[in-house]
Design a protein around this ligand. Structure first.
Ligand code: FAD
Length: 473
């Protein structure tokens, strides 16, 4: 018997999975997941994310079993051996066609080209599919045929196209006849580094759909107003599922349509504000694809490579461990470390604090995030960091620095988020909790640190550093 082989990567679901759906429509199918420790180390060890993926894979294997598709799980220690490994598998199982969904990092694209070339040379066809995004990177362009660098222009093109044609999710495939090949065991760990407990994150596709439906029915209508307040459940918290591909972007928008009677309603503030966040995700994938240097760690704005970043290990450690003396920053950094997730408003606050107030290279923060986040994603993380550090495309202007105290007063007005993560300040009033100066008498008594910097001076230092770059003079 010959087989179709579907190679699963960041698409850990059976419903609306184009590669799986196509493979199963063409004949008896086997599924494959490659455990590639070397690839995963390219950006940073990410034990929490890898554990999220591993647990998601266990659920996926159960789903595949219902479809009678055996899941092969193979470890390929050296990334360069992926193509060779696939060739051997294809020969062992008489595979006719390899199917996979596209990924957009430079290394991933190079790997896939290599696989395609080498398999085609042996007469095995390869089919790749659009999955992570609505529109293939490289297909939304400016009038002069270049990648769109401004988000609002990108979003407007997306809206126009989605209004015309909204891609619908594919159904879950029907079970095939048993193929008599046993599934593999899933390894007990993907990373040598211990992960945090993920018991707060329900695993698997059906759990993710329940979370999506709950968010749409209870929170989406208020999303535009509530999305900036970290102490509230204003956002979906679906990012880890989107990053692992347990959910697809099409499924998210499809679910959101229940609020707008099935119309892609650009006037419905909750609906469209959420869709626009999903389009930021899409935008950063298009940018990553158009500018491969981003995958290699370069700034989008080359002139910012000349910025004189500070080497300040003690300040960096204070930021990482949540001991800067700025309550909102510390609460956020402790939350990140303990849970592997952080609200978007807080990601922006701590990213600006590191890259502007502390003037520490944004790449250091990008790595720290990658190391801890469950949803760590090269395109979005790089995009978010470069936006905050004013080195990226359509980034915040360099002279705009979030003031962590006013941000805290505005977006955590009662101090609830701070109190949850900084127990030293649990008994401080809402009026005093945001500003280190008003905590004066508490320093040393509660064990909460003094502020590591003067906001006004650090702001001046950041502006000077940017002004000294030729393009900003
Ligand atoms: P919701 O508000 O419910 O939004 C729905 C989905 O839209 C999200 O799950 C996410 O996929 C996407 N999205 C939302 N906001 C953004 C945004 N600003 N940029 C790009 N996509 C967005 N997101 C990641 O998924 N992985 C990362 O590694 C990552 N790193 C970031 C680093 C920094 C410095 C910043 C400022 C942002 C980063 N983001 C990242 C974007 C954003 O913070 C998260 O996607 C969001 O907080 C996830 O929460 P949610 O699922 O509740 O989002």
């Amino acid at each position: 018997m010959s087989y179709q082989l579907v190679w699963l990567r960041t698409d850990l679901r059976v419903a609306d999975n184009p590669a799986l759906y196509k493979a199963m429509s063409q004949g008896p199918t086997l599924a494959l997941y490659l455990v590639t420790p070397e690839q995963w180390k390219v950006h940073q060890d990410s034990p929490n994310k890898l554990e999220f993926w591993r647990l998601s894979l266990i659920r996926l294997a159960e789903q595949l079993q219902q479809l009678k598709v055996p899941l092969l799980v193979r470890c390929v220690p050296r990334w360069v051996d992926v193509a060779e490994h696939l060739i051997q598998l294809c020969q062992q199982y008489s595979v006719q066609t390899l199917h996979f969904n596209d990924e957009y990092g430079v290394n991933e694209q190079r790997r896939d080209q290599d696989v395609q070339q080498r398999l085609s040379a042996l007469g095995i066809s390869c089919h790749s599919y659009l999955d992570q995004v609505f529109f293939a990177p490289g297909t939304l362009l400016t009038q002069t045929g270049r990648a769109i660098q401004v988000y609002s222009a990108f979003r407007n093109q997306c809206h126009a196209r989605l209004l015309h044609h909204l891609p619908k999710p594919l159904p879950r495939p029907k079970a095939q006849q048993p193929v008599g090949i046993p599934p593999d065991q899933i390894p007990e760990r993907f990373s040598e580094v211990e992960a945090i407990s993920l018991s707060d994150w329900p695993m698997g596709e059906s759990a993710a759909h329940s979370l999506l439906e709950l968010f749409v029915s209870e929170h989406l209508a208020q999303y535009a107003k509530a999305r900036d307040f970290p102490a509230q459940t204003g956002t979906s918290r679906l990012s880890p599922y989107l990053t692992a591909g347990v959910l697809s972007v099409r499924q998210c928008v499809q679910a959101a349509l229940s609020l707008t009677h099935g119309h892609f309603d650009t006037q419905h503030s909750g609906f469209i504000t959420w869709v626009d966040e999903l389009l930021w995700r899409e935008f950063y994938r298009h940018i990553l694809h158009a500018y491969p240097r981003l995958s290699r760690g370069y700034a989008f704005k080359p002139e910012t490579e000349a910025l004189l970043w500070r080497q300040a290990p003690e300040d960096l450690a204070a930021w990482q461990q949540g001991r800067t003396g700025f309550p909102i920053v510390d609460a956020a950094m402790r939350c990140l470390k303990a849970t592997g997730w952080l609200h978007n408003r807080l990601r922006m606050i701590v990213a600006m604090f590191l890259s502007k107030n502390l003037l520490i290279d944004w790449r250091v923060g990008e790595q720290w995030f990658m190391q801890h986040l469950l949803d760590g994603d090269l395109a979005q993380n790089n995009g978010g960091w470069q936006w905050s550090a004013s080195t990226g495309t359509d980034a915040v202007p360099y002279f705009r620095l979030f003031n962590p105290i006013t941000q805290s007063e505005k977006f955590d007005p009662q101090g609830d988020f701070i109190r949850r993560w900084v127990p030293e300040l649990a008994h401080v009033s809402a009026q005093k909790i945001h500003n280190p100066a008003t905590l004066g008498g508490l320093f040393g008594i509660s064990g909460y640190p003094r502020p590591i910097l003067d906001l006004a001076q650090s702001r001046k230092r950041a502006l000077q550093a940017f002004k000294s770059l030729s393009s900003h003079q």
